[in-house]
Design a protein around this ligand. Sequence first.
Ligand code: ADP
Length: 155
Amino acid sequence: MKIAVFPGSFDPITVGHVDLVKRALPLFDKVVVAVGVNSTKKNLFTLDQRLDWLRQVFIQHPSVEIDFFQNLTAHYCQRIGAKYLIRGLRTSSDFEYEKTISQLNHIVGKGIETVFFIAQPEYSHISSTIVREIITGGGDASPFLPPEIIIGPAA
Ligand code: ADP
């Protein structure tokens, strides 16, 4: 069974993430969207909230599983029997960063391959960082969010 892990913070999930999962689905038997829990990273939304949104967004897709993990992504992949990672590339700086991580994961994960998807032009400007800035600034982030996610203006 070909299992791929799509790791990320998903703080929150955006239409860019959803596009990646949908494009990856035909290539794998199962895609696990996994929230990496990193205690040094300050998140806007709680882990429970992020997982809840992910479950809602992919409820119609039986081959998508939602999970979370601590520590190394490569070890998580080994634990669940996943040999592939999915990541997205929006810019050349994404590429430089992702290149190193994928080379490390290939060693630490003993052959784990990272499959990269180039962002579609209509999504390449979208990031969770921008969405968080819009939300905390009191703006409307709905054009960047899957329809299942309703976030009111920040208090
Ligand atoms: P991380 O904190 O690990 O970067 P993110 O949730 O921000 O987690 O992103 C997870 C993955 O999704 C990354 O590979 C990122 O490049 C990719 N990604 C995020 N937004 C987009 C987008 N708009 N189009 C394509 N890929 C994206």
